[in-house]
Design a protein around this ligand. Structure first.
Ligand SMILES: C=C(O[C@@H]1C=C(C(=O)O)C=C[C@H]1O)C(=O)O
Length: 291
């Protein structure tokens, strides 16, 4: 005859489970340390947002039972960031002026409580912190068409040392983070890698006027489906206009579709630069997302 287990029995079982989880955590740490050695980047950047996204999507797909999935991924985020930090220097500069702390919460939810994080007062300062090596990753607002002085235009240059977009946050839902009405992008000197569900940001500098409709047609004709546009015009009336276009696909810097786009626009001075991109975040039904 089976009887209901006693409180003591249940708690003994919880203790055993905790030991098993803890043992696995320590084992995972040893493996990540080996990964760090294999990557072999002494003092380099070990963060791999694409690999992290794949891990979290896979776990989400197998998740079952009543444990809240957003809490499960949050636990993994804390672990993954701590383990990334074990492999080498890792620090975050977040656009979070005193009256706007929302991105701080979003960054902390993503990169965990142990990674050093500094608040800066402008997106440009976050970019500068990354460019000067004072931060591994900068957190800046997701671009909007009406940004007066858009930070993303500083990324539109071909210098291989220019930081690139590496993630969109929140990746794992907003939870109880303090409000920002926009998502954030993470910027860092990390290559854009495919995950199977990605967005890519293209910086397109045009030396002559071209309507957005024609630019859209040219992109679509080259199988680069645009999902959003922002445009910045230099103050010099003869100067170029620079478009930030988000593409609903993974586009590598040497993707032949980019070369074909440039060829198609060859009746004007044109420069197209891949500014990185991001793995499409997980979606949780209760979470309203705004770009
Ligand atoms: C272990 C690695 O390094 C980092 C830590 C990861 C992890 O804890 O799983 C995943 C990606 C990287 O950000 C890796 O590159 O695989």
């Amino acid at each position: 005859m089976s009887s209901t287990p006693s409180l003591d029995e249940l708690r003994r079982e919880i203790d055993q489970i905790d030991d098993a989880i803890h043992d696995l955590l320590m084992r995972r740490t040893r493996i990540v340390e080996q990964v760090g050695h294999v990557k072999g980047i002494e003092g380099g950047i070990n963060l791999r947002p694409a690999r992290e996204a794949v891990i979290l999507r896979r776990l989400m797909a197998r998740h079952a039972g009543s444990f809240p999935p957003q809490v499960m991924v949050r636990m993994w985020r804390e672990m993954i960031s701590a383990l990334t930090r074990l492999q080498g220097p890792f620090a975050i500069a977040v656009f979070a002026p005193e009256d706007r702390r929302g991105y701080w919460d979003i960054a902390r939810d993503h990169f965990g409580s142990a990674v050093p994080m500094t608040a800066v007062n402008s997106p440009a300062a976050a970019l500068r912190a990354v460019a000067e090596g004072n931060a591994t990753v900068g957190i800046v607002p997701y671009p909007a068409e009406d940004d007066a002085d858009p930070w993303w235009r500083f990324l539109v240059n071909a210098d291989g040392r220019t930081p690139r977009v590496v993630a969109r946050l929140p990746f794992c839902g907003r939870g109880n983070a303090r409000g920002e009405d926009r998502d954030a992008l993470a910027i860092g000197p990390i290559p854009h890698e495919p995950t199977g569900d990605d967005r890519t940001l293209l910086g397109i500098e045009l030396g002559a006027d071209l309507s957005r409709g024609r630019l859209k047609d040219a992109l679509e004709a080259n199988r680069l489906p645009p999902t959003s546009f922002c445009t910045w015009h230099s103050r010099d009336p003869q100067g170029p206009s620079v478009h930030l276009v988000e593409i609903a696909d993974f586009v590598a810097p040497d993707d032949p579709r980019v070369a074909a786009l440039i060829a198609r626009l060859s009746d004007m001075p044109v420069r197209v630069i891949t500014l990185g991109g991001y793995a499409v975040p997980l979606s949780f039904p209760q979470d309203g997302r705004k770009g």
